[in-house]
Each structure stands twice: as structure tokens, then as C-alpha cells.
Design a protein around this ligand. Sequence first.
Ligand SMILES: Nc1ncnc2c1ncn2[C@@H]1O[C@H](COP(=O)(O)OP(=O)(O)O)[C@@H](O)[C@H]1O
Ligand SMILES: [Mg+2]
Length: 344
Amino acid sequence: MIHFENITKVFDAKSKETKALDDVSLHVKKGTIFGVIGYSGAGKSTLVRMANLLEKPTTGKVYFKGTDLTTLSMSKLQEARRNMGMIFQSFNLLKTGTVYENIANPLKLTGVPKKEIQARVAKYLEIVGLQDKANAYPAKLSGGQKQRVAIARALAHEPEVLLCDEATSALDPDTTDAILSLLDRINQELGITILLITHEMNVVQNICHEVAVMDNGRIIEQGKVIDVFAQPKTKTAKRFVQSLFNDSVPEQLVNSLEGSGQIVTLSFVGESSGKPALAMVTKQFDVYPSILSGNIAQLKDQPFGRLVVHLQGNATETQKAISYLIELGVIVEGYKKGGKQHVS
Ligand SMILES: Nc1ncnc2c1ncn2[C@@H]1O[C@H](COP(=O)(O)OP(=O)(O)O)[C@@H](O)[C@H]1O
Ligand SMILES: [Mg+2]
């Protein structure tokens, strides 16, 4: 649906060059929710603005439904842009207009007939759950309600893609969850492809199918959300996962256990998450596991669990137990103070 190919973007400001995007390639498939996560300044907003060419690449190509947007005339580009709705952290509502006018005015500008406008405003206000707010002014709405209006305004153009720039970053946790489930429903029921950027891992955890991690203008990691969660490779991705799973164990406890068996981190994904793996280890080997820390999270499609476990037993038996866990599909890593280490 959206395909970025070797995009580089250099900003020239006050004789200082900033490379905001550095050879970025990314493919957002039709029907997916694709998340781009990174810290402030990573280049996320620049990237999402490339999707509809609000920002032009210094080098590289942007394809939308197979067409290279950089080659289009202004009128064709406008047409393509209408097919991509956009929402922002700051909602960008017109303060002097009612909810109805905020949604209807942009439609008027693109020549949608009056009857059709009325029908669409009603339809999309209902989808976002604000049927009764058509005549309210933005100042009377909560943050979550404002974002719902912005979403209805974007949907009213009946786009195939929704671009979201930190859409939930100004909202409290409960409102964030409500907006995320709305976006998920929009994706499933209306079939709209969503490209969202965020600095919050729980956004990725809750609704994304795929994720790309950005750092310093580059994509340093990308894949299915479950894979990046289970085995983040880069330091930045590890920090993002760590922000949801704090599995550090008090150092004193770790020290007191050293020399008797082994401390490991176990990640349970998909099928392995349903098996009583530790109970089976105790039954089959001369190994006694004790759990030092544990987390379980619901990703979009499946649960993901992580335990830090002390396996008490002699070297041969613990090694056998580890091999057995790996056979069951559990990801086993050695626990290292302040980080993790691969053992398998
Ligand atoms: N219009 C601009 N002019 C100059 N520099 C810019 C401009 N827009 C963004 N930048 C710079 O590009 C880098 C990436 O910015 P941005 O895409 O906004 O990052 P993010 O959204 O991840 O916080 C930053 O160093 C920022 O200062
Ligand atoms: Mg930004």
C-alpha cells in the first residue's frame, strides 16, 4: 500500500544540515496496522509526512498503491492525499467551528454534495461514538473526544489509509486505550490501513501487526510485533521492550543464588505460552525452578510471557532442562545483571 524506498531527507537550517532520514525502506501492507517507534528526534514525523509527500524526500521514492508520488502532478497528488487521512497529537481542530463544521467544512472544499456531507458526518460521528456532540464546540470536549472528532474528520473523506502522528501521546492511559481500540475497530471493520508513529511501546503492543524501530533517522529493526518483543536485537529496541517488562531482579538475590544452578530468562510465545513448562521440568529432571520475576502481556493477537527463573540443580541436569524448554518452543536466555545474554 505504502512503500518507502531508500528515502533520505536532509534539512538545511541556518547552514546546519540535519539528516532526518537516512536510507529508509519500509513496506506497509494493505490492511495492516504498522507502527514506527522511536525516541524524540528519531525522524518519525518526517517519515509519516513522506507518506503523503507533505515532506519531499531528498533522495528515494514513495509509492502509494504502486504509483511513485514524486512523479505526480499537483492535482493528482491532491487526489492521492485525500486517500490518506491524517491525525495528530494536537488534534488540529478549528476552535471557532462546531464538531459538525469541523468535519463538514473540509468536505465542502473538495466538492462533496450537501446531502452526502450530512450523511457522512452522521455516519462517522456514530462510528467514533459522538452522535450527540455535533453542535458542541471543541473547547467543551475532553482530549479523547477531540481526538475522536479528528478521527471522524479524517474518515469522512473515506480514505484507504490513516496516518497517525503520536495520536495518543497527549492522552491519559484510559483514554489512550479507548482511542487505540477505536483505531483497531476502524482497521478491522472499515479495512483501513494504518501507519502510526509513537514513542510508546504500549501502543505497539496493543494494536500493531508490524513494527519498525527508528533511531537517528534509520530503521534499525523491523518485523512482526511478537518477534521484536520476544527477541529485540538492538539496544534501543531492548529499551522499548524493557519499558513494558521490567524483569530486573534485586542484585542481592541474584548474588545469593550464584553458584547453585543457573538463572535464565524464559520467553513464552504462541503455543509455548499454553504449556505448563516449568512443572514438566520438575517432573522430568532433577531441577527445581523458582520464579524471580514474571510478566505476561496481551499483544494484539497472542499472549506473550516472560519469566526470570532460577533453575536449581547440577550442571548436567539444568542443561538438559534448558534443552527441553527450547524443544517446547520457549526462548531461553541467560540472565545477566542489568541485561540478558544468549545461551541458546
Ligand atoms: N523542517 C525542519 N527543518 C529542519 N530540521 C528539521 C525539520 N523537521 C525536522 N527536523 C529535524 O529532523 C530530525 C527528525 O525530526 P522528527 O521527524 O520531527 O523526529 P520525531 O518525530 O521522531 O521526533 C530532528 O533532528 C529535527 O530537529
Ligand atoms: Mg514527531
